[in-house]
Write a protein that binds this ligand. Structure first.
Ligand code: MN
Length: 286
């Protein structure tokens, strides 16, 4: 199923016919508790699935064109894998980096959850002349069941679904070497969407095929079979460090083909079995 959030925190299932609103399934939902109630929905989804499927035979509550899609997640934690494709490691060799190799030895890093935006927003670049801002198209998985020190063999059972994330990054310079968390956490530096595809529809995430276009020109093209550390191992490793909660998001790393964008550009990332996330790049007004 395609799980969407829209119009300021409502959520539902999107089908070809439209959106079936599901907030009535979570009694805790109010506009003020929309984020935590959505994560309760993710946690309770296995118990609600039959009820949801029953509702899909009724007419939808909204058309896709009558709503404004929000980011389909409200994560308490936003984790990300550094350099998880060999070809991307190689292209970064000419750049200043944090050192080290892959998630196998580096583990994960964090992005501030406040930089998440939705599929109808813009990537807004801060007015920092002479700095380079790169796109990184990535697949992200969403935790469905609390995970604490799980094994790779059990890891996929803890995944609610998959979505697309653009890990926007400000690069270091010879003299400016801010913390990675800050360089990757400017407002709008984590566009996510357009929806979550539930894990039952993606039994083998290593088969997912990711492509990124800048202004219509293909720049990234890889499958997740090329990940250095695969999704079960990423989840297991992180869950040995910190408890992963329903709704938490983990971006799995970007393939080769990363490069800078400027205001006026358009970034599009498409992943097989998931969909297409496309945003314009603009100059931040503040
Ligand atoms: Mn990344």
């Amino acid at each position: 199923m395609r799980i969407v959030r829209y119009d300021g925190g409502r959520f539902g299932v999107a089908t070809e016919a439209g959106i079936h609103d599901l907030i009535a399934l979570i009694p805790e939902w109010t506009p003020a508790t929309a984020d935590s109630a959505y994560n309760l929905f993710i946690e309770r989804y296995p118990l609600l699935q039959v009820e949801i499927e029953g509702r899909l035979s009724s007419p939808p509550d909204r058309s896709m064109t009558s709503v404004r899609l929000d980011a389909p997640v409200a994560p308490r934690q936003l984790l990300a894998a550094p350099r998880n494709f060999t070809a991307h490691q190689n292209e970064m060799k000419g750049h200043l980096t944090m050192g080290g190799g892959s998630p196998a030895d580096l583990g994960f890093f964090l992005k501030a959850t406040g930089c998440v935006v939705g599929p109808r927003d813009h990537v807004e670049l801060p007015a920092l002349p002479d700095r380079r801002f790169d796109y990184e198209g990535e697949v992200a998985f969403v935790i469905g069941r609390e995970a604490r020190s799980v094994t790779p063999a059990d890891a996929l059972q803890h995944i609610f679904g998959y979505t697309i994330l653009i890990d926007m990054s400000m690069r270091m310079t010879e003299t400016l070497r801010e913390e990675r968390v800050m360089r990757k956490s400017y407002h709008s530096f984590a566009p996510i969407g357009p929806w979550i595809v539930t894990a039952d529809e993606i039994p083998d995430p290593s088969a997912l095929h990711l492509r990124t276009w800048i202004n219509g020109e293909l720049r990234q093209d890889a499958t997740l079979a090329e990940l250095i550390v695969d999704i079960p191992a990423l989840l297991a490793q992180a869950s040995a460090v910190v408890t992963l909660q329903p709704g938490d998001v983990y971006a799995t790393g970007t393939p080769a083909g990363v490069g800078p964008v400027e205001p006026g550009d358009a970034i599009a990332v498409e992943v097989s079995s998931i969909g297409r996330l496309e945003l314009p790049v603009s100059q931040r007004a503040w």
